[in-house]
Design a protein around this ligand. Structure first.
Ligand SMILES: Cc1cc2nc3c(=O)[nH]c(=O)nc-3n(C[C@H](O)[C@H](O)[C@H](O)COP(=O)(O)O)c2cc1C
Length: 149
């Protein structure tokens, strides 16, 4: 199964998690594709069968700049991804009221397209841990199982 991984990152932590996701999915036999700052056209060219968004939150609950292009294009174009599985892995900091707001925006977007959430969103809290790529591994294992089912 071809899985497109989108990432939104300001300081690189979400990027690191996305790279770990690529490694784990490929090791599990999936065809994982990831490009930071990918446009909607680049993602569509991959003909993905599932989408994974890995994103941090910036500002007051906003998406990082390198995911905003994809977000707004997708809202405008409304690609025919209805029924396709998706999952969102959110990085944030619980000291903000808008904890993981960027991840919530991606969830809402995919839900509006009629996509199916394969696994409930993971929220990783930067105020609790500094190794999000390690903390993400059990959830990524669950995602692999959910996509195989
Ligand atoms: C200026 C700034 C604003 C932030 N705003 C939020 C926020 O609104 N909600 C949240 O959950 N985390 C917020 N965070 C925390 C980051 O999302 C968190 O540290 C994340 O791990 C950073 O990942 P990155 O290195 O991929 O950008 C903010 C961090 C900074 C520096």
């Amino acid at each position: 199964m071809k899985v497109a991984i989108l990432s939104g990152s300001v300081y690189g932590a979400a990027e690191e998690v996305a790279r770990r996701a690529v490694e784990l999915l490929n090791a599990a036999g999936f065809e994982a594709w990831h490009k930071a700052g990918a446009s909607l056209a680049e993602v569509q060219a991959q003909a993905p069968e599932a989408l994974l968004a890995v994103t941090s939150t910036t500002g007051m609950g906003e998406l990082p700049g390198n995911l905003q292009g994809f977000y707004y294009e997708t809202r405008d174009v409304f690609p025919a991804w209805s029924g396709k599985p998706f999952a969102v892995l959110a990085l944030g900091d619980s000291s903000y009221d808008t904890f993981c707001g960027g991840g919530e925006l991606m969830r809402e977007l995919f839900a509006e397209l009629g996509m199916r959430e394969a696994l409930p969103m993971l929220r990783l809290d930067a105020s609790e841990s500094v190794t999000p790529e390690d903390d993400a591994e059990p959830w990524l294992g669950e995602l692999i199982a959910a996509l195989r089912a």
